[in-house]
Design a protein around this ligand. Structure first.
Ligand code: CTP
Ligand code: MG
Length: 232
């Protein structure tokens, strides 16, 4: 099973507010995107395509291991993944059986998560997402912010990346999607095409770096090592 990963890294990181695009921001001295790519390769992915801001190609090429392909991203995450997918299906490349799509913004995702996603795909699932339970009481509010109802928590899950797909299924779902569609993840794209999405356990260490506090937590997790990290 030839597995190619697309790492979405073309965002600016406006909420992080760093001087660099978020994927290039260092975590323990190495850019977030480098952590993300190495985790996928350690988890069993054969090849990686990274979608980058067009103006930053040189900086990404300097940071990433040889063999990682770079593709210019788009204005939205959906557009960036679409561009990455075009590179995956390039007829000059070995055909991918499965495609994992991951966020550079999840640098500390343990390799085991990618391995679980790959195992589910190998067992025949067309689409797989890593998930975690919701631990907080979760409520609905009205326009004024007043609580109107509590949501039963048992069937709720938080969805992470890497998300895995049968390659032909993902390509068909993106082809069927309107050009200007903007969905927050890739499972939503295949679900829109009627594909069943199954789940595997995610990991708290896959947390997304969005705001500066997340980077502080990630630095601490690296400093403390496995014994200090929080698991599901
Ligand atoms: N992403 C992308 N192309 C875009 C926007 C986002 O490839 N046009 C990527 C980001 O680089 C990131 C992932 O999608 O790894 C998840 O997006 P997010 O965490 O929102 O990152 P940014 O869009 O960079 O951050 P912000 O929304 O704060 O600007
Ligand atoms: Mg964003």
């Amino acid at each position: 099973m030839h597995a190619v990963a697309i790492v979405a890294a073309a965002g600016s990181g406006s909420r992080l507010g760093a001087a660099l695009p978020k994927a290039l921001v260092p975590l323990a001295g190495r850019p977030l995107v480098v952590w993300a790519v190495e985790g996928l390769l350690a988890g069993g992915v054969d090849e990686v395509v990274v979608t980058v801001p067009a103006t930053e190609r040189a900086a990404f090429a300097d940071a990433l291991p040889a063999g990682v392909r770079l593709v210019d991203g788009g204005a939205t995450r959906t557009a960036s993944v679409r561009a990455g997918l075009a590179a995956v299906t390039d007829p000059g490349r070995p055909a991918a059986d499965v495609v994992l799509v991951h966020d550079a913004a999840r640098p500390l995702t343990p390799p085991d998560v990618a391995a679980r996603v790959l195992a589910a795909l190998a067992a025949g699932a067309p689409a797989v997402v890593p998930v975690l339970p919701v631990v907080d009481t979760t409520v609905l509010v009205d326009d004024d912010g007043a609580v109107t109802d509590a949501v039963p928590r048992a069937p709720l899950r938080r969805v992470q990346t890497p998300q895995g797909f049968d390659r032909a299924t993902l390509v068909a779902a993106y082809s069927a999607l309107a050009d200007d569609a903007e969905l927050t993840d890739d499972a939503a794209v295949v679900r829109a095409a009627g594909v069943r999405v199954t789940t595997v356990p995610g990991d708290e260490r896959s947390a997304k770096v969005t705001v500066p506090h997340d980077l502080t937590v990630a630095e601490l997790a690296v400093t403390l090592g496995p014994s200090g990290t929080v698991t599901a």
